[in-house]
Design a protein around this ligand. Structure first.
Ligand SMILES: Cc1ncc(COP(=O)(O)O)c(C=O)c1O
Length: 370
């Protein structure tokens, strides 16, 4: 085992400003959906240029509640990529609707050419996922949605601040859903999520559903949940939101350095499509020698990840579920065997990028040569 400093896959940088805001929120005596949450919602809506932001306890809740609030349920179908975190698909299942899985394109996001042939009378929603921080091909997706009268619900859990045609993701569909899970580009020191929308009726419904179906303290208009957000995490999130663009620029700079350092390695590097501004939530390379490379890097003290090794159409929770069509997804199934996420986060140093890159080259010059 190496004695070198460990390089994690991701890391949250906490400083005195974050600590001070968290302590102030803790001492305020208000803990849930108070002034910090209201300010965070206003600032998020303004950052994204959307009319409303509804904070929730996770993106999974955001996806589920939005589907519910849009009236999506049993008998309905939602077109979604199988290559995403399971919660995207879990939310569809929890709503009672059925996911119809589509394959990915070269950017690892939903391949729009798979959509139209799978639209049926039951299809209600297209759910693109801006995976790894790369925006989906929104022109093509919206064209299909408009032609068939479908709603678009964007999963932006990995893509805060990513842009397509200079427009932020999360502003294309009827709603966009954010996750603040600790590894994400924007975090809140724990779980958290939000829905962005311009639709005041949808926003109102989401606010009710997250809080026991009420607008008034003791008047419950519908049956909802407790999926509320809290003051301490909102206080931290507000500080990180002010730094989001700088943190995304830092991620892009690390990615550019990796791309340069790894240019000659026998691996496939991530790409950025012409209309995209990638925010590199993850830096995902591909190689048939993935498992051996991951093991080699681990021995060098370098943490890696696989996002995701089992695609959602092949998950035990999916297989055999009534209504789910069994269809093979060639690119997804091939890529999951080869993808490897290298460390990337704003405070990763240039020398860390160089060390990881050198270790990749060493692997292919040594144990990975054959
Ligand atoms: C693409 C994607 N969608 C949804 C989620 C769910 O987010 P959360 O953990 O906030 O519920 C995640 C997080 O892992 C994700 O990466």
């Amino acid at each position: 085992m190496t004695t070198k400093k460990k390089i994690p896959l991701s890391q949250v940088a906490i400083d005195d400003e974050v600590k001070a805001r968290v302590v102030a929120a803790a001492e305020s005596g208000q803990y849930i959906l108070g002034p910090e949450c209201k300010a965070f919602e206003t600032e998020l809506a303004s950052y994204f240029g959307r009319g409303h932001c509804i904070l929730l306890n996770s993106a999974t809740s955001g996806l589920l509640l939005t589907l519910k609030a849009l009236g999506v349920g049993p008998g309905d179908e939602v077109l979604a990529p199988a290559h995403t975190a399971f919660p995207t698909i879990e939310a569809i299942f929890l709503s009672g609707a059925t996911p119809v899985f589509v394959d990915i394109d070269e950017s690892a996001t939903l391949d729009p050419s798979w959509l139209e042939p799978r639209v049926s009378a039951r299809t209600k929603v297209i759910l693109p996922v801006h995976l790894y921080g790369h925006p989906c091909d929104m022109d093509a997706i919206q064209e299909v949605a408009e032609r068939h009268g479908l709603l678009v619900l964007e999963d932006c859990a990995q893509a805060h601040g990513a842009q397509y045609r200079s427009r932020k993701v999360g502003t294309f569909g009827v709603a966009g859903v954010l996750s603040f899970y600790p590894s994400k580009n924007l975090t809140v020191l724990g779980d958290g999520g939000a829905v962005l929308t311009d639709d005041p009726v949808l926003a109102d419904r989401l606010r009710m559903l997250r809080d026991h179906g009420r607008r008034d303290k003791y008047l419950h208009e519908t049956v909802g949940w407790n999926l509320r957000f809290n003051e301490i995490q909102a206080a931290a999130g507000r500080v990180f939101l002010r730094r989001l663009d700088a943190m995304n620029d830092a991620r892009r700079a690390k990615a550019a350095r990796y791309l340069e350092r790894l240019q000659t390695a026998p691996i496939t590097l991530p790409t950025e499509s012409k209309l995209a501004r990638h925010v590199y939530h993850l830096f995902v390379i591909r190689t048939p020698k993935r498992d051996a490379l991951a093991k080699y890097l681990a021995a060098e003290g370098i943490q890696t990840g696989i996002h995701y090794p089992v695609p959602n159409h092949l998950q035990p929770a999916t297989i055999g579920r009534p209504g789910v069509r069994a269809e093979s997804l060639p690119r997804t199934e091939a890529w999951v065997k080869e993808i490897l996420s290298l460390p990337i986060f704003p405070s990763l140093t240039d020398s860390d990028v160089d060390r990881v890159s050198a270790a990749v080259h060493e692997f292919f010059a040594g144990p990975g040569k054959a």
